[in-house]
Design a protein around this ligand. Structure first.
Ligand SMILES: NC(=O)c1ccc[n+]([C@@H]2O[C@H](COP(=O)([O-])OP(=O)(O)OC[C@H]3O[C@@H](n4cnc5c(N)ncnc54)[C@H](OP(=O)(O)O)[C@@H]3O)[C@@H](O)[C@H]2O)c1
Length: 298
């Protein structure tokens, strides 16, 4: 599985990224976490997605504890992290309420903390986690330039930005990606300009919760039941699995999405990787879209 560029001159990531958000709930020892990292990498999934706040500010350190057992892995992996959300947490007693902060001081402090926790000297990609109504694009651009100059972060992007928010910041400093939610139960980016912009600017979107956090298979509301039934039907016809079809549905979009898988199971990651060689035709893609939307195309 060869690496892809998120955009021209942007970070080179694996075409499926492994998400670490849920790692604190896995209850693993450092050696077990290292085994998971190695198995991901053996499958070709060499990029790992983090955020300062995951696990209430604990996941980066859990990952770093494992990485320090095999530090040579760092040269073969890519680390993505995020900043800009402040949680109320025992780990951050100064935070009075959940809020956003994209000031230079907060971004720099957050990156320093991420580097320490992950036991690394650099991030391959840093994302602003959520659009901050008070963000000052020039201040963020200057901060990104400083982090790049210091060799602490190699590339920058955003997450959950609207097209106009993306444009605002991209004009001040070129962004590599917008990491967004997309799956058959969340179709908005197909219609609100987010994926049009990604395709036009040739910035491959990263896709979080590609399986709707498991709801594609576990929820029992009408929409989820329709999607699950459609995924099973398509998988049966194509000799594949419902999860692989769900990933293939994302990968079929011409903006060339890069899914961030959230499972602890290596078998689930393998199902994601398998989707790289499964191309859905437009009718099959529409069948799944229709299951999610609940109506046929106009
Ligand atoms: N930028 C953002 O705002 C943002 C927001 C959320 C997440 N993220 C990133 O995106 C990553 C992925 O998000 P996610 O964890 O929600 O992804 P996901 O892959 O949609 O969901 C993973 C969850 O679904 C379960 N699952 C997977 N396959 C299943 C199946 N066949 N049947 C039943 N359950 C199944 C997993 O359980 P098992 O582990 O047991 O398989 C896990 O709990 C995160 O780790 C994080 O890095 C970013």
């Amino acid at each position: 599985m060869s690496a892809i560029e998120l955009c021209a001159g942007g970070p080179r990531l694996s075409p499926i990224v492994a998400g670490a958000w849920r790692m604190d709930s896995w209850g693993w020892t450092p050696a077990e976490r290292l085994r998971w990292i190695e198995q991901c990498m053996d499958l070709g999934t060499t990029s790992f997605d983090h955020a300062d706040i995951y696990g209430g500010y604990t996941v980066e350190a859990l990952f770093g504890e494992a990485l320090v057992l095999a530090p040579a892995l760092r040269e073969r992996m890519q680390l993505v992290s995020k900043c800009g959300i402040k949680l109320v947490s025992a780990q951050r007693p100064a935070h009075r309420l959940k809020s956003y902060d994209t000031s230079a001081a907060h971004i720099i402090a957050s990156v320093e903390q991420s580097l320490k926790a992950l036991r690394t000297d650099r991030l391959d990609l840093l994302l602003i986690h959520r659009p901050d109504p008070l963000m000052n694009a020039q201040e963020i651009a200057d901060t990104f330039a400083r982090l790049r100059r210091d060799g602490k972060v190699l590339h920058f992007g955003v997450s959950n930005f609207t097209p106009s928010q993306f444009e605002l910041l991209d004009a001040a400093c070129p962004l590599s990606t917008n990491q967004i939610e997309l799956h058959p139960l969340h179709l908005a980016p197909l219609h609100d300009g987010t994926l049009d912009q990604a395709q036009r600017l040739k910035r491959r979107p990263m896709i979080w919760s590609p399986l709707a956090g498991g709801r594609l298979f576990t929820a029992d509301d009408d929409a989820a039941r329709r999607v699950h039934t459609a995924l099973r039907a398509v998988a049966g016809r194509l000799g594949s699995t419902p999860a692989t079809v769900a990933y293939a549905w994302l990968l079929r979009h011409p903006s060339q999405p890069v899914p961030v898988a959230g499972s602890r199971r290596i078998e689930a990651l393998r199902e994601a990787v398998d989707a790289l060689s499964l191309r859905l035709d437009a009718e099959t893609w529409t069948e799944i879209w229709q299951a999610g939307s609940g109506h046929e195309v106009p």
